[in-house]
Design a protein around this ligand. Structure first.
Ligand code: GDP
Length: 295
C-alpha cells in the first residue's frame, strides 16, 4: 500500500534510520514528501499546510518502534490522520422522523448534480425507500427533460412544472406532492451556473428557507481540484451544507478534493460518483479515500 509515497519517502527515511524518536529535524524531508503527494492529489494548498502541521505535531516524539520501519510508521501516522480528518466512518443520509425527508441538491452546472439526484433516488429505491425528484432548474429546459428521462429510466416519479413557474414555488409544491403521495424522500434538483453568482445563491437560500431540508448536499466535481475548496467555502457560508457528493471519481484524479471539502465545511462527504451511469454511486468511505489520496 502507498507504494508511490513509500518510494518517495525512501530518501527521507534513511535519515530516520537508527534514530529512536521521530523529531522535528529528522522528519522534515518526510513531511515535504507528504506535502508533494497531497498537492499532486489536488488537495487545496491551505488545507495541505494545516494538515502537515498537524501530522508534524502528532509524529514528533513518537517512539521509533523496533522492528517497524520508521517510514512505515510515519506513513501510518499520515494515513490515520487523513482518515480522521475525513470523518473516520461513512455517514449515511439523514432520515427525518416524520416523512418526507427533504434533500436539497446544490452545486455548479456540469458537476453532475442532476445525475447525482437520480443516482441517489435509485440508491434509496434499492433500499426500499420511495422517492420523488423535483426539477427546479427552470433556466435550462434540457435539465428538466434530463431529470424526467432519468426518472423514467429508474422508475422514480419526477415533479416538474415546466419553466414558467418560480423555482421556489415548484419546490414548495413538490413537497406538498410528496406528502400527498406518501413518499419518504424528496430530492430537489436545483439550477446551477457555471460560476457562483448572487442570483443562484439567493434562489438556493429561498428554496432552503421554504422547504427546510434535512440535507443540503453540495455536489462537487472531483476533477476541479484546488477550486473545490473555494467552492465549498462559498456554498457553505451562503447556504450551509450538511454534506457533499463527490462526482467523477472514475476520472484520473486522486480525489484530494475530498479532504478539502471535509476540512473546509466540516461536513461529511456522503457519496461518491464513479461513472456516468445511474448506478454509479457509492457510499463514501474515509479509509478508502485516504488510501487513494496517498497513492
Ligand atoms: P449538472 O449540470 O450538474 O446537473 O450535471 P449533469 O448531471 O448534467 O452531469 C454533467 C456531465 O457529467 C454529464 O455528461 C454526466 O454524464 C457527467 N457525470 C456526472 N457524474 C459523473 C461521474 O461520476 N462520472 C463521470 N465520468 N461523469 C459524470
Amino acid at each position: 500500500m502507498f507504494d508511490a509515497l513509500a518510494e518517495r519517502l525512501e530518501e527521507a527515511w534513511k535519515k530516520l534510520k537508527g534514530q529512536d524518536k521521530i523529531s522535528k529535524t529528522n522528519i522534515q524531508d518526510a513531511l515535504q514528501e507528504v506535502r508533494r503527494a497531497l498537492l499532486s492529489a489536488d488537495v487545496n494548498l491551505q488545507v495541505v499546510k494545516d494538515f502537515i502541521a498537524e501530522v508534524e505535531t502528532k509524529a514528533q516524539g513518537a517512539e521509533v518502534v523496533s522492528g517497524v520501519r520508521p517510514d512505515q510508521q510515519f506513513i501510518k501516522i499520515v494515513y490515520d490522520e487523513l482518515v480522521e480528518v475525513m470523518g473516520e466512518t461513512n455517514v449515511p443520509l439523514a432520515q427525518a422522523e416524520t416523512a418526507p425527508t427533504v434533500v436539497l441538491m446544490a452545486g455548479l452546472q456540469g458537476t453532475g448534480k442532476t445525475t447525482a439526484t437520480a443516482k441517489l433516488a435509485l440508491h434509496l429505491r434499492k433500499e426500499n425507500r420511495t422517492c420523488l425528484m423535483v426539477a427546479t432548474d427552470v433556466y435550462r429546459p434540457a435539465a428538466i427533460d434530463q431529470l424526467v428521462t432519468l426518472g423514467q429510466q429508474i422508475e422514480v416519479p419526477v415533479f416538474e412544472l415546466g419553466t414558467d413557474t418560480n423555482p421556489v414555488e415548484i419546490a414548495r409544491q413538490g413537497i406538498a406532492k410528496a406528502k400527498e403521495m406518501g413518499v419518504d424522500t424528496v430530492i430537489i434538483d436545483t439550477a446551477g451556473r457555471l460560476f457562483i453568482d448572487e442570483a443562484m445563491m439567493g434562489e438556493l437560500v429561498q428554496i432552503k428557507n421554504t422547504v427546510k431540508p434535512h440535507e443540503v448536499l453540495l455536489v462537487v466535481d472531483s476533477m476541479t481540484g484546488q477550486e473545490a475548496a473555494n467552492l465549498t467555502r462559498t456554498f457553505h457560508e451562503k447556504i450551509g451544507i450538511t454534506g457533499a457528493i463527490l462526482t467523477k471519481l472514475d476520472g484520473d484524479t486522486r480525489g484530494g478534493a475530498a479532504l478539502s471539502v471535509r476540512r473546509i465545511s466540516g461536513q461529511p462527504i456522503k457519496f461518491v460518483g464513479v461513472g456516468e451511469k445511474v448506478e454509479a454511486l457509492q457510499p463514501f468511505y474515509p479509509d478508502r479515500m485516504a488510501s487513494r489520496i496517498l497513492g
